[in-house]
Design a binder for this molecule. Structure first.
Ligand code: CA
Length: 562
């Protein structure tokens, strides 16, 4: 209710554990709790019998609870014990900066001590580029290095992204050197905050997940670190990775998933303040109206603050240069505008884009608009994935044998023209259109072309692949592609056919196979993509930000009635 929000919206910036050498202060927002205690632990492992001390927290302003503990607590783990709705729950801190294994216990951390050398001078190497100047490359941390042919030592790890000098058997660069030679400006990393679907305590067993199931929004995922048991390691290694990428001219985009959590019941925020973080139905149960698990109630004041604080934190603390919002069509436009305004105050270079599909959801307040393509005009500066260009070029993702423009379908000339100009009907400006034909979702590009062109030769399919790339990399808007598309990455199933939803598939399907670059077909395709990226970078008229500039400067020559 409005009364609840007026009384219990906390505006301070000290939620969580604030560390100094002399003392650490803890502040938790728990307005409906009857009592809160702070547990300090020696280790970060849930269930370990190593409680150091239990401290009563005192109620303070706007529904917050506070405690202060003298001494240097760097490296001490903690949880909150909350009496709420007649039961007692032990929960992690929603504002945890890092955690022990599997994100169960938060850890007090001296964040500056985790900085790599030269961090104070580290900046976005492409800070001067606008959205349409970006060439965005979408990568899963594990996929880059896990195959033997990568030649990378730190397989499946953050640090694998910054290994230099790695090559295939025939001497073709892999990993970081490959990304540099390709010419990308922005590396978009699939979820790397702490997620729930990989067991960090069993990393000797191969496990894979894309990671669209958040557990701790402000903590790096542990399975990509070399030691998920010690909270400082993951923080150090993400910063090292970002620094290494920046040093090599590559900006870093983080894939963020504020629209839902791994499990609404056990999510720490909902444990501490039941049914506050996630939207609920008329019976007060967590709502799955979108069919995506549970929907975040971004319209509530302390959820909005949480999302704004979280994005700002990654930009400030980890020097992240861009954010890709998963299913942003479930988050309200006020929240997204607040995120952009807050981050741009100190980081005007940061880019924002997301999936603006229109979805069902039970918004808990009237008069809120969701951040969908159709509402692009309400969020200037926020770009959306263009399913329009994706589907017209290769066919609808919902029918994987359907042809598109590149595979021989007759398509609407007007629509093709609009896509080339970066302004399909929902996009007010080219800078709001992310153009793509491949991402982690659905079939890999060459697989999709193969499925929809049974009559064609392999050589023709490669040409279709390249035609799609030529369109994406010369159209107005921001070009984006899945890592490996540039050398015909494929996700073949052992039983035949191709994996179209590899979110939990084994490495044998998801890993990037660098040994492909030892073949003529793959290396020629790579050279073609490199040439397209060079062409785009050389010609500002391929990268116009506004509809006005594009209309004035570009005349598509087309055998269609535009
Ligand atoms: Ca995790």
């Amino acid at each position: 209710s409005a009364e609840f929000e007026a009384k219990y919206t906390y505006h301070g910036n000290d939620l969580g554990a604030v560390w100094t050498t002399d003392a650490t202060t803890f502040r938790l927002w728990a307005p409906t709790a009857a009592n809160v205690k702070l547990n300090l632990y020696k280790s970060g492992t849930e269930g370990a019998d190593d409680l150091i001390e239990q401290i009563e927290m005192k109620p303070d302003v706007n529904g917050t609870w506070i405690a202060r503990k003298d001494g240097d607590l760097n490296g001490v783990y903690y949880t909150y014990l909350v009496d709420v709705n007649g039961s007692t729950v032990e929960a992690c801190d929603p504002y945890a900066r890092t955690t022990g294994v599997n994100g169960k216990r938060a850890m007090v951390i001296d964040l500056a001590a985790a900085n790599p050398e030269g961090w104070e001078n580290d900046t976005d190497p492409n800070a001067d580029l606008g959205m349409t100047d970006a060439v965005i490359y979408e990568l899963h941390v594990r996929d880059l290095s896990i195959d033997e042919s990568s030649g990378i030592q730190q397989k499946g790890k953050y640090l694998g992204l910054i290994e230099e000098g790695t090559k295939t058997l025939s001497g073709i660069p892999t990993g970081l050197d490959h990304m540099k030679a390709l010419g990308i400006t922005h590396l978009h990393i699939l979820p790397m905050y702490d997620y729930g679907s990989v067991d960090e305590s069993r990393l000797d067993v191969p496990q894979f997940n894309w990671g669209y199931d958040p557990v701790n929004f402000n903590v790096p995922e542990g399975s990509y670190s070399t030691d998920p048991f010690h909270g400082e390691v993951r923080v150090k290694e993400v910063k090292q990775m970002v620094k290494g990428l920046h040093d090599n001219g590559i900006s870093v985009v983080m894939d963020v998933v504020y629209n839902h959590v791994y499990d609404a019941e056990s999510f720490c925020f909902n444990q501490i303040v039941p049914v506050y973080f996630s939207r609920t139905d008329l019976n007060g149960k967590y709502s799955n109206a979108s069919a995506c698990g549970n929907d975040t109630a971004s319209e509530r004041s302390m959820v909005k603050k949480y999302i704004v604080d979280s994005v700002k934190y990654w930009a400030d603390e980890y020097h992240i240069d861009g954010f890709r919002f998963d299913l942003v069509g479930l988050i309200d436009t006020d929240t997204i505008n607040a995120v952009m305004a807050e981050v741009h105050k100190t980081h005007p270079n940061v880019i924002f884009y997301g999936e603006g599909w229109s979805m069902d959801t039970l918004v808990t307040k009237p008069d809120y608009h969701m951040t969908t393509q159709a509402n692009a005009g309400l969020v200037p500066g926020f770009a959306f994935f263009s399913d329009t260009v994706r589907d017209i070029l290769k066919g609808s993702v919902f029918e994987n044998t359907e042809k598109g423009f590149v595979s021989g379908a007759v398509v609407q000339g007007k629509l093709l023209h609009q896509c080339f100009m970066g302004t399909p009907d929902w996009a007010p400006e080219p800078a709001q259109s992310v153009n793509y034909v491949s991402c982690h979702d659905n079939n890999a590009l060459i697989d999709r072309i193969t499925l929809s062109t049974p009559e064609s030769s392999r050589a023709d399919r490669v040409k279709m692949n390249n035609l799609a790339a030529a369109f994406v990399l010369t159209a107005q808007g921001a070009p984006f592609f899945q890592a490996g598309e540039e050398f015909l990455r494929t996700k073949p199933l052992p039983e035949g056919g191709y994996d179209h939803n590899s979110y939990a598939s084994p490495d044998s399907i998801n890993a990037i196979r660098w040994d492909c670059l030892d073949t003529e077909e793959c290396i020629e395709t790579l050279r073609y993509y490199q040439g397209l990226i060079q062409l785009r970078k050389a010609h500002p008229s391929l990268r116009l930000a506004t509809r006005k500039e594009a209309t004035e400067q570009i005349t598509p020559i087309c055998l269609c009635n535009a």
